[in-house]
Design a protein around this ligand. Structure first.
Ligand code: SAM
Length: 302
């Protein structure tokens, strides 16, 4: 291994092991380090992101650069944020022949991503997040991307299979919950593929999935107060076996219990239903009705 060009396609078992040995790298489980060693899966991820020369790709957790290499070929510019300082020199080496890649050393949860996107992708026609995410922080990372309302087109990420299924779940099933509502409020989810744990070094204990989230220009439902909407959703799922009327009693306080039946009926919602059967639009109607009725909410204890 002498020049950077020999690193073309690091995502094979042999090349990944060679690089790890060359740099004496040891995996940190605490950082969710499972590196992809399958070119086919990489191709599926990159193609789902609909990149071209005019687009930017923001990668979170590049590892030793397996996905970064493919993104550099497909996109105009790539910025890859990596927390582990031991990986920075490896990435610089592996990606030495990719002038359109910028490596940012930092914790994605602490970075000002709006500023980073403005700085790195100015002049491009769109930016997407494309990543094989560290599983221990999947939800906080995705919620940060969504709640900060970053100017993104798509978010294409490899995550734990169960989390992907919850994000894409429709009302009525066991997978549908507050994460489904939050993700679907901001995005249109699409499950791209299920990925076996055998395509990583080291192998994680769980299977994974690639999910594509197409960021909506505007939410699919009109909401009077977003923070209240999400508190209402949380409240309805607080105890999944309980009816909405019972969960909402804890939310508005026992003193207002009697008001809940008629209020739910006025929204066309049977009080004996469970949270997992409510659509985004029904949650929006419910949140609006609670606000209009001036009912307090008791966030604590949910
Ligand atoms: N992209 C590589 C691949 O597909 O082979 C590596 C993916 S590995 C699942 C997750 C990567 O995220 C690791 O390189 C890890 O060091 C990095 N990471 C973990 N927590 C992070 C954080 N808070 N901010 C940025 N990177 C993080």
């Amino acid at each position: 291994m002498s020049g950077p060009n020999v690193y073309t396609d690091v995502a094979t078992p042999k090349r990944t092991r060679d690089i790890i040995a060359k740099y004496g790298f040891s995996f940190k489980k605490s950082l969710g380090q499972n590196f992809l060693i399958d070119q086919n899966i990489l191709r599926k991820i990159v193609s789902a992101a609909e990149l071209d020369e005019s687009k930017g790709a923001l990668e979170i957790g590049p590892g030793i650069g397996a996905l970064t290499q493919q993104l550099a070929q497909a996109a105009g510019r790539v910025t890859a944020v990596e927390i582990d300082d031991r990986l920075i020199p490896i990435l610089r080496d592996v990606l030495a022949d990719r002038p359109n890649v910028h490596i940012e050393h930092g914790d994605v949860l602490k970075l000002n991503l709006n500023q980073l996107i403005e700085r790195q992708f100015a002049g491009l026609s769109g930016v997407s997040v494309v990543a094989n995410l560290p599983y221990y922080v999947t939800t906080p990372i995705l919620m940060k991307l969504l709640e900060e309302k970053l100017a993104l087109e798509h978010i294409v990420v490899m995550i734990q299979k169960e989390v992907a299924q919850r994000m894409a779940a429709k009302p009525g099933g066991k997978d549908y919950g507050s994460l489904s509502v939050a993700v679907q409020y901001y995005c249109e989810p699409e499950l791209v593929c299920i990925v076996p744990h055998t395509v990583f070094i080291p192998q994680p204990n769980v299977d994974s999935a690639v999910i594509k989230l197409t960021v909506r220009q505007k939410p699919p439902v009109e909401v009077a107060d977003e923070a209240h909407y999400f508190r209402t959703v949380q409240a309805c799922f607080a105890q999944r076996r309980k009816t909405i009327a019972n969960n909402l009693t804890a939310f508005v306080g026992k003193a207002h219990r009697e008001l809940l039946g008629p209020l739910l009926q006025s929204c066309g919602i049977d009080p004996s239903r469970r949270g997992e059967t409510l659509s985004l639009a029904e949650f929006a109607a419910l949140s609006r009705a609670l606000l209009d009725a001036g009912l307090p909410d008791h966030e604590a204890g949910l």
